[in-house]
Design a protein around this ligand. Structure first.
Ligand SMILES: Cc1ncc(COP(=O)(O)O)c(C=O)c1O
Length: 389
């Protein structure tokens, strides 16, 4: 008989009852050190007191009103994002997928508003993950995500990951946009080097195409800058954000320049819940904490510490690990064993990690993980690897 929960996930037989910072605690009291953070969502850890206070204060005032009215909490969060980024304007969503969907719509509307409605082709890259909507799976194009869901939405061409020659050959003055994650998350923590990102910006500028960055996983401080593209010194025209921005409360956003948002007029897009007061009150508190130079410098320092430990593990367990990948606290262990085996062995050591494609296990701790917890995580990973030898 089918489970009451639609069986689209292979779930581990673990349930959590509560959390404290980097720890997720099962009903029987077993404490798991959480290096998954809900897949890069719990940026400030579980039950963060600042976020609990922001949420409960808002919960006692008003939860939902509709975008038919002014929403001061939404306005405030949007202004904070505009203030700290390339963007002139922001649409708040409830998830990364909804952000991807709007980004795609915004590209189409842009060219429509320019009198070129036929200019629809968006160039994307293999290994991409932009969500599970019909648009997002068409953009990624992988057999795994699209099988059985055809016909797919037209207008995407998927290029080999990071292949600048392929991009140069494909891009033209009929390209609508190039869309990519600066660091592929689900695709296996694959970092596009800064020169690559700068080259893509140049090629977009030359062709007049929009650059759309998906920073759902790489954004909100995860790489040690507020957004990963800042390392390359470039800016996109449109950017998707989600995950960390809500610190665990469902929240996403599309950020855009005024020029890229040219087609988005009243009535062209909407959402019942997007930008609701509860989510935005939490998001604003996350922004206050994360969009701070001292906080981001700490992320970079902790990244170096964790990375050094991981390099040590690779050296100590050459039959299990191949290399460390990633930036900031968006790290991956490229494995010589199946990632699921390492994830299982880590469960046995009460450590949570997340598998990704390309034989990688992801380590995405809360950004405020402590130095002691990093040392503890490394010790547990060491024992997990020893189980596989
Ligand atoms: C880069 C990226 N884009 C989009 C998404 C989709 O976000 P959501 O699951 O919130 O819809 C994800 C989720 O993993 C992601 O990593």
């Amino acid at each position: 008989m089918i489970d009451a929960v639609l069986p689209t996930y292979n779930r581990a037989p673990i349930a959590f009852d509560r959390g404290e910072g980097a720890w997720a605690i099962a009903a029987d009291g077993t404490r798991y050190l959480d290096l998954g953070a809900g897949i890069a969502v719990n940026a400030l850890g579980h039950a963060n007191p600042d976020l609990v206070a922001a949420l409960t204060a808002q919960a006692g005032r008003i939860w939902h009103v509709s975008n038919l009215y002014q929403i001061p909490e939404q306005q405030r969060l949007a202004e904070m994002l505009v203030d700290k980024t390339f963007a002139d304007t922001v649409f708040l969503t409830n998830s990364g997928t909804e952000a991807a969907e709007l980004a795609i719509k915004m590209v189409r509307k842009y060219w429509h508003s320019k009198g070129q409605p036929e200019r629809i082709e968006i160039l994307t890259f293999e290994g991409a993950f932009h969500g599970r909507s019909t648009g997002a799976i068409a953009a990624a194009g992988s057999e795994k995500m699209t099988a059985g869901y055809g016909p797919l939405m037209p207008g995407f061409r998927v290029l080999p990951w990071g292949d600048m020659a392929a991009l140069e050959a494909a891009i033209s003055d009929s390209t609508a946009a190039v869309m990519l994650e600066p660091v592929q998350g689900e695709g296996g923590i694959r970092v596009l080097p800064d020169e690559g990102l700068r080259r893509i910006r140049e090629l977009c500028d030359r062709a007049g195409a929009l650059l759309v960055l998906d920073e759902v996983q790489s954004g909100m401080g995860r790489t040690g800058r507020l957004f990963a593209h800042e390392w390359a010194g470039i800016a996109p025209d449109i950017m998707m954000v989600a995950k960390g921005i809500g610190g665990g409360f469902p929240l996403g956003a599309v950020l855009a320049t005024e020029a890229a948002a040219a087609g988005m007029v009243a009535g062209s897009h909407g959402s019942t819940y997007g930008g609701n007061p509860l989510a935005c009150a939490v998001g604003a508190r996350v922004m206050e904490i994360v969009a701070d130079d001292a906080f981001l410098a700490e992320v970079a320092r902790k990244s170096a510490l964790l990375r050094q430990r991981l390099e040590g593990l690779v050296a100590a367990h050459p039959e299990v690990f191949d290399e460390v990948r990633g930036m900031g606290l968006l790290l991956g262990l490229h494995c010589k064993v199946a990632p699921s085996e390492l994830v299982e062995a880590a469960y046995a050591e009460h450590l949570l990690t997340v598998p990704a494609a390309d034989n990688v296990v992801r380590l995405l701790p809360p950004l405020n993980i402590t130095d002691d917890e990093i040392a503890e995580a490394a010790a547990r990973l060491d024992r997990a690897a020893a189980r596989l030898e």
